[in-house]
Design a binder for this molecule. Structure first.
Ligand code: HEM
Ligand SMILES: *[C@@H]1O[C@H](CO)[C@@H](O)[C@H](O)[C@H]1NC(C)=O
Length: 531
């Protein structure tokens, strides 16, 4: 027996053509079901296979399609850089059907453009007329109106004002009890929606926040689960939000004056931000229905709130549990307040805020530990990764939940990668006197512990979250405003419905693989305004 095994392994080339496969009880079925319904166990088995086979790639079948999960710096980099044969539009096309509710002919306008998102068309598609380069021009909306300082600052400014106003309604004289997640789900979501889409969307749809969360809870299933016809309730939740978005767009088109002074303003009540206005125009000019444009709004609502609210919740839960940390974050955040010379009002300087070492470190830790995203690509032609041939049509994925917890990347003595550590990304540097060259003190600096290729909460390569700049500002602003404005004390853990429970909040596994993971419970706190 031993000799046979030895012989077989000797005869095998050092790297066989096919990578290790994930075992399954019922061929083509068991893995798919577990992949879709029990991400935790599935991932444990993937990690186990990596270990026993000493590789960073594993093959399985996902609904009959060959699928590969890869890990490790080299493989992830290779995956992200192979732009011309690993297609990243795959996820968007899926969402156009499941979220945007676009017709097949509308989806085809995107699907048939293979020229890529970059400024120059991909090799082989150089002749594509500019008006057919639909991915590129759609992406340009984000490049212009969600990346330039002018527009991010306007969004952050509006969010700051609205969120601050809401908190000013809390009592200055008495302690009040709130549930963190529940509070943020209303306060942050409404402030962010009005900043991006205007005040009309909320005025026209007073239930929009509730409708949004009814959708948020089932979004993962709708996108990745079984076909639409077996989940009519989930489809109905989507349609309810879609109708609200449509009412908003129709009303904005009817009431907005495109020849008026607001046409290129950073905000007005009908469309809201410049991004929202230009996106609506973009869809109309390219012959898409307003139903499709409303679906795009719905999808953006998900990007806007589905991640920032849970991440901010996790941060506040984590900070509140540790009064010493709370005080350190508060002191740091207080140092960013400046007095506006024009109005005499004290307010946070967002530029100072986003460069704070401790707060940034906590932000990165929250994203590392609570964003579970699979970067997904489809091979449009055969590719080689880690020496293995991946056939055309195969799916290639890499999972944040593996990369974000790699011990050799993130681990520090006494602070394993599996645990939160507020100071993981803070470095203490010497302060040197410029004239004398002498060390005159020390200061804290932000320095990310891990490599970028092991950290991809926003996706990676050429298909990345366009909202990432605003997201960081919004999350850090929300945390900073709350810790500086309030004295906060932990009261108890609760279920999501507010009833008391013993167990602390944990990741709600239903969200795994897709976005930031919401907590499966809530934290009840007492707070009182400090000023
Ligand atoms: C913690 C916060 C956030 C996280 C972790 C996050 C993560 C992601 C990820 C992983 C993707 C998919 C990238 C891909 O296709 O591979 C995405 C897409 C997207 N995100 Fe975010 N996001 C966040 C906040 C935001 C915010 C604040 C906005 C605001 C508008 C936003 C807007 C979008 C949009 C519009 C897309 C789709 C882009 C497209 O059409 O290709 N996201 N986000
Ligand atoms: C992400 O990957 C995990 C494990 O590979 C899987 O169980 C989960 O279904 C995936 N989710 C998505 C949305 O791709």
């Amino acid at each position: 027996m031993v000799t046979v095994i030895l012989l077989v392994s000797l005869l095998r080339p050092s790297k066989s053509k096919a990578p290790p496969t994930l075992k399954e009880r019922i061929p083509f079925v068991s893995n798919t079901i577990q992949y879709l319904t029990d991400c935790g166990t599935f991932l444990d088995r993937v990690s186990e296979t990596f270990k026993t086979t000493n590789t960073n790639i594993v093959k399985f079948y996902l609904a009959g399609t060959p699928a590969y999960i890869v890990a490790g710096t080299a493989n992830v980099q290779r995956m992200l850089r192979t732009v011309d044969s690993l297609d990243g539009n795959f996820l968007n096309l899926l969402l156009m059907d499941k979220f945007w509710g676009m017709s097949h002919s509308e989806i085809d306008k995107f699907a048939q453009d293979h020229s890529g998102r970059g400024k120059t068309a991909l090799p082989g598609t150089e002749g594509t007329p500019p008006e057919q380069r639909i991915w590129h021009s759609h992406d340009q909306l984000y490049v212009e109106f969600l990346s330039k300082h002018k527009y991010i600052d306007a969004l952050a400014d509006s969010f700051y004002r609205l969120f601050n106003e809401r908190l000013d309604r809390q009592s200055k004289d008495e302690w009040q009890t709130v549930e963190v997640f529940r509070f943020l789900q209303t306060a942050m979501t409404e402030s962010a929606i009005i900043s991006l889409f205007g005040s009309q969307i909320v005025d026209l749809n007073p239930d929009i926040i509730e409708a949004y969360y009814a959708f948020d809870r089932i979004a993962n299933k709708l996108a990745w689960g079984f076909p639409k016809f077996v989940q009519p309730k989930n489809v109905a939740a989507r349609e309810r939000l879609h109708d609200m978005s449509k009412r908003h767009i129709d009303s904005a088109w009817k009431n907005f004056d495109w020849d008026g002074p607001d046409a290129d303003s950073v905000w007005e009540p009908h469309f809201g931000s410049r991004l929202s206005r230009e996106t609506a125009k973009w869809f109309r000019e390219r012959g898409f229905s307003s139903y499709a444009a409303a679906g795009h709004t719905l999808s953006t609502l998900f990007g806007l709130n589905g991640n920032t609210v849970p991440i901010t919740t996790w941060a506040l839960i984590t900070i509140t549990r540790d009064p010493v940390l709370l005080q350190a974050v508060r002191e740091e955040a207080e140092s960013t307040y400046v007095v506006d010379p024009a109005t005499g009002v004290r307010r946070i300087d967002p530029q100072k805020l986003v460069s704070l070492p401790l707060l940034q470190s906590i932000y990165i830790e929250m994203m590392r530990m609570h964003v579970s995203f699979n970067i997904t690509r489809r091979a449009t032609q055969q590719v080689v990764i880690d020496g293995y041939v991946i056939p055309k049509g195969a799916i290639v994925q890499t999972c944040a939940q593996i990369a974000h917890f790699e011990e050799d990347v993130w681990g520090v003595e006494g602070h394993p990668a599996s645990e939160f550590w507020a100071y993981r990304h803070v470095k203490v540097a010497d302060v040197v006197d410029e004239k004398t060259g002498e060390v005159v003190g020390q200061k804290k600096q932000f320095a990310m512990k891990g490599r970028p290729s092991s950290f991809f909460p926003f996706g990676g390569g050429h298909v990345m979250c366009p909202g990432r700049h605003f997201a960081k500002q919004e999350i850090m602003l929300a945390i900073a405003i709350i810790v500086t404005k309030f004295d906060i004390e932990f009261v108890e853990w609760t279920e999501l419905d507010g009833t008391r429970r013993e167990r602390q909040a944990e990741d709600d596994r239903r969200y795994a693989g897709f976005v930031a993971i919401s907590p499966d419970g809530d934290m009840r706190i007492r707070w009182k305004r400090r000023w």
